[in-house]
Design a binder for this molecule. Structure first.
Ligand SMILES: NC(=O)c1ccc[n+]([C@@H]2O[C@H](COP(=O)([O-])OP(=O)(O)OC[C@H]3O[C@@H](n4cnc5c(N)ncnc54)[C@H](OP(=O)(O)O)[C@@H]3O)[C@@H](O)[C@H]2O)c1
Length: 432
């Protein structure tokens, strides 16, 4: 599929001119996304000093997701001044400073909230927090001290560490505080983790659907990440409101309501599947067969990874696998619409040659049939706690960082990724 990128972008530009605006089912853009960026925080802080009444733009929406109605919360319900007022008596104590601690903590701090960080003294995270400007004794504390000072305890330790530290941290989470997680892991799998929250605190979840680095990057761009929100325990009657406000505080643009259980099942499943484990397995299998059949490393890499990540996957991200109408003349489109109430054509497929489309259409069901039993097995392994127990055992080791690094370096050393380094180095925007 040579020169696909140029052909596809032309095709897409043309296609987007043809596609009618069926915008009612598309989530609207936030009205004032930029006001959550670093720059606008300053303006909003000034505003909050001048006024105590807020113009609330209703952001809660019921949207139609492929025929299912779901409530979506958006940050326009929480103008920055209102957000700062809501949390004016709170101290957000971020416990743990991995990827999420970094992204969520810096965003909440830039949003003008009172944030402190609690991590092991002089560990890796302590050093990282110092680099990010957290000040020992002012905004950076050992874990227990931070919990004592905080009103909202944001437990962003690794999932294994949440379990290991729980016996000493639990007594510090006293009545009136809010307990916050970014994963349902600890409380849903309580038989294994032993994390049982005190009965007299609200327990909520905001789980960004992306890495903490992305949480930070999107925020800095004035955009927001999609997050799931959920309530485990509502003592005050305000737990959902708090979850939504915290979602905005840490940099979410849109928040989708779920339960702790559904969040953790889907998340463990997704990352082991298509998002990470599955994709590495598929890439490697395809690459190896190409190599065994005499293709060069560059050809095998280009045809497996480079074209996927640089051309086709971004197209899926941009418009989805499908779009509302096929690229037909208007008259033909009307007939098509009559025949099928919701005509769908594959957007990414349409950017590719007819040869590619024919083959992909034929082989997609074969891959689905082959993969379905694997996904079923994986989901079962998540639901019955097998994945949780493995994660607790492995990531609970004192050597977890080195052990993970060793296995990841093995992947990095695979020929496919070594070949990829050279391919990437030829990109015009390459940064070493
Ligand atoms: N990363 C993601 O993409 C993502 C996305 C959504 C939700 N989440 C959830 O967010 C939470 C945090 O995840 P993360 O990826 O940011 O962090 P992580 O890398 O899993 O955890 C790192 C933090 O845990 C601390 N830690 C590890 N073992 C410890 C121990 N025995 N005692 C004290 N501290 C310990 C580390 O401190 P040291 O540096 O001192 O070891 C570090 O601050 C998890 O619940 C995760 O499931 C993550």
């Amino acid at each position: 599929m040579a020169s696909l990128a140029s052909r596809s972008s032309q095709a897409l530009r043309a296609a987007s001119r043809r596609v009618p605006r069926t915008a009612s089912k598309v989530a609207p853009k936030p009205a004032n996304a930029a006001s959550y960026s670093l720059l606008a925080t300053t303006r909003a802080s000034a505003l909050s000093r001048r006024t105590t009444t807020f113009e609330s733009v209703r952001g809660v929406k019921t949207l139609d997701f492929a025929g299912s109605k779901e409530v979506v919360y958006e940050r326009s319900d929480w103008p920055l001044a209102k957000l700062q007022d809501y949390f004016k008596n709170d101290t957000l104590a971020l416990i743990g400073y991995g990827s999420q601690g970094h992204g969520q903590g810096l965003n909440a701090r830039d949003n003008g909230l009172n944030v402190i960080v609690g991590v092991r003294e002089n560990g890796e995270s302590w050093k990282q927090a110092l680099e990010d400007g957290w000040v020992p004794g002012e905004t950076l504390f050992p874990i227990e001290d931070a919990i004592k000072r905080g009103t909202i305890i944001m437990n962003l330790l690794s999932d294994a560490a949440q379990s290991a530290t729980w016996p000493r941290l639990a007594p510090l989470i006293t009545k009136g505080k809010t307990l916050y997680f970014s994963h349902g892991f600890s409380v849903v799998y309580k038989e294994d983790t032993k994390v049982i929250p005190p009965k007299d605190v609200d327990v909520i979840l905001v789980a960004p659907k992306g890495s903490g680095r992305t949480v930070r990057t999107l925020f800095k761009e004035g955009r927001g990440i999609n997050s799931s929100i959920a309530v485990w325990q509502d003592v005050t009657g305000k737990a959902r409101e708090r979850a939504t406000a915290l979602g905005v505080a840490i940099g979410s643009g849109y928040m989708y309501e779920t339960t702790f259980e559904k969040e953790v099942y889907s998340d463990l499943y997704g990352e082991r599947g298509v998002l990470m484990g599955g994709i590495q397995g598929m890439f490697l299998a395809q690459y190896k067969v190409l190599r065994e059949n005499g293709h060069s490393p560059s050809e095998a890499f280009n045809e497996t990874v480079e074209e996927a990540t640089q051309s086709l996957f971004p197209l899926i991200g941009e418009k989805g696998f499908v779009r509302s109408f096929p690229p037909l003349p208007i008259a033909a489109r009307a007939i098509f619409t009559d025949l099928a109430p919701s005509p769908r054509m594959d957007y990414m497929y349409n950017a590719c040659s007819t040869t590619a489309r024919r083959g992909a259409l034929d082989w997609a069901p074969v891959f689905e049939a082959a993969n379905r039993p694997i996904f079923e097995k994986l989901y079962k392994s998540v639901r019955d706690g097998t994945e949780t127990r493995k994660s607790l055992e492995f990531n609970g080791r004192s050597t977890y960082r080195e052990d993970l690094a060793r296995e990841l370096s093995e992947i990095d050393g695979q020929e496919i990724w070594r070949a990829g380094k050279t391919v990437r180095s030829l990109r015009p925007d390459y940064k070493p």
